[in-house]
Design a protein around this ligand. Structure first.
Ligand SMILES: Cc1cc2nc3c(=O)[nH]c(=O)nc-3n(C[C@H](O)[C@H](O)[C@H](O)COP(=O)(O)O)c2cc1C
Length: 488
């Protein structure tokens, strides 16, 4: 950690300067000087692996909007976002957004739910996306669309914005305290877990019937699937050994194969983690959060409450188990894997690197490019060892104007198979397509990581790009967001 101000990428004028900046930070991030355009563009190459075909190397990572109706249906905002997914030209739509398998498993009262009464609307979302994609690309050849299924576990907040209802798998010495859970707070029973698995299977059957190509069994960001992977201290058949901690996944996979034959399965996984962070209280002043520091963990060594975390040095990743996890995916004949990291709730700087923190975060204590480099290099490391898997990469949005140059370079050098866009999708979904088709970048539409897309939902409002997208900027939601931010 140093006290030098972070260089704003918007102030860097060209690729050469950007490269020098990466060198100054001692970061390994490949970056091409020129982005090729036309049919030879690495971004536009089709991909075929283990029977899965994807028409180009652009993926849209799941981006939820916390903007469904209270009964789990998409709203006009949701439809608009899925249109953007289609307009991106990306041939891999990884999950669309997190859709809860049951109302009580929602992370917020406006999360989409998959249930008989919402099926028709979920089908409409898909159809609208395909329509937009055809308008942009001329055809939907090679378009692969998944739906991400989730249960929010520890982060359930299903019925009221101000009423969390955590469903936890084990007692976590740091997160339980952050969530104010009393000592006798109940842990999900094995029987309750079996019920949730059934809900995943019912949902997966519907995902197939609705015409999606694959289902993403979400294992990231601190939600239930991810919490299983770190359930070292849980007793019984879903905790302890690696085999037990992956039983949830294996039971769902076996079930999906039987109730939804032919449906592909993908897994988005937080492939590494670090301890939870908080704003440095010594450096926080009213109206301004301090820089992020790790929660104190000195009394918790060996650290047994994470997945992909070094137990002796829990501010560092350890990829031993994540590699075992990818080997398991191979054994299960799952070839689609999406690499992400950490959690937006307890270490947002790692999960979604940003210059400006969300309202429940902290100021960056290091250049956000460091976290970008961490995610890129972990994906590279895993891809090197698991060449049969289709590896989708994450955390490119902070690269801003240099995103196409880096995206092309990681593809050319084989770090990942497909580059996934998250926050950039909200403001400039076709950034990679513009680059690959030789159009000038529209710099005014580039995501600058203001984090209002995270702050708004933390304040009970729909997500979206409030600073750059006039749809939000000029709406009453903007006024509400400004008022909520002023209140703190
Ligand atoms: C507003 C918002 C909504 C998100 N929704 C989801 C989601 O539904 N499922 C998921 O797996 N990740 C979700 N993410 C995480 C993103 O997919 C992605 O991992 C993260 O933003 C980092 O990638 P980026 O740098 O391209 O933004 C969301 C992120 C944001 C900011």
């Amino acid at each position: 950690m140093n006290d030098k101000p972070i260089v704003r990428l918007a102030s860097i004028k060209n690729v050469q300067q950007f490269r020098e900046h990466l060198d100054a930070l001692k970061l390994t991030i490949p970056c091409d000087t020129e982005v090729a355009s036309g049919p030879g563009s690495p971004l536009l190459q089709p991909l075929e692996c283990s029977g899965v075909k994807i028409g180009n190397r652009i993926a849209i990572n799941p981006m939820e909007g916390w903007d469904g109706t209270q009964d789990g249906h998409p709203s006009e905002h949701t439809f608009r976002r899925w249109q953007k997914f289609g307009q991106s030209g990306g041939k891999l739509i990884w999950g669309g957004e997190a859709v809860a398998v049951t109302p009580s498993g929602r992370a917020n009262p406006n999360q989409l739910v998959i249930a008989p009464e919402t099926h028709a609307d979920l089908a409409k979302l898909r159809a609208m996306l395909i329509d937009e994609h055809r308008k942009t690309m001329g055809s939907d050849d090679g378009l692969l669309i998944g739906l991400q299924l989730t249960h929010s576990g520890r982060y359930c907040r299903p019925y009221k914005h101000d009423k969390p209802e955590p469903r936890i798998l084990y007692r976590h010495p740091i997160l339980d305290r952050k969530l104010n859970l009393p000592a006798d707070y109940p842990v999900l029973t094995d029987g309750e877990i079996e019920g949730i698995i059934e809900e995943f299977l019912t949902a997966a059957r519907a995902v197939r019937e609705l015409g999606f190509d694959f289902v993403d069994v979400k294992h990231c960001h601190g939600y239930l699937g991810h919490e299983f992977l770190s359930a070292h201290t849980r007793e019984g058949k879903y905790g302890g050994s690696f085999e037990n901690r992956t039983r949830f996944l294996r039971e769902i996979v076996a079930g999906v194969r039987s109730v939804a034959p032919g449906l592909q399965i993908g897994v988005r996984v937080s492939a590494f983690d670090i301890v939870p962070f908080r704003p440095d209280p010594g450096k926080s002043v009213p109206g301004k959060l301090g820089p992020g520091i790790p929660e104190s963990y000195e009394q918790l060594i060996p650290y047994r409450w994470g997945f992909g975390v070094d137990a002796q040095h829990p501010t560092e990743p350890d990829l031993t188990e994540p590699m075992q996890f990818l080997a398991l995916l191979e054994d299960l004949n799952i070839s689609l894997v999406n690499i992400t990291a950490g959690s937006p709730y307890y270490n947002p700087h790692l999960q979604r690197p940003a210059l400006f923190p969300p309202s429940d975060g902290y100021q960056p204590s290091e250049d956000p490019l460091i976290s970008v480099a961490r995610q890129l290099n972990v994906a590279r490391h895993l891809k090197e060892r698991f060449s049969n898997l289709i590896v989708v990469g994450t955390a490119y949005s902070y690269l801003q104007d240099f995103l196409p140059n880096v995206a092309q370079a990681v593809l050319r050098e084989g770090w990942v198979d497909v580059v996934g866009l998250g926050r950039m999708t909200l403001t400039y979904p076709e950034i990679l397509l513009d680059a690959a088709q030789g159009r000038a970048l529209q710099h005014k539409r580039v995501c600058r990581t203001f984090s209002d897309c995270t702050t708004a939902p933390r304040k009970g409002l729909p997500s979206g790009c409030y600073p750059l997208d006039s749809y939000y900027k000029q709406s009453p939601m903007m006024v509400q967001l400004a008022a909520a931010k002023a209140k703190r």
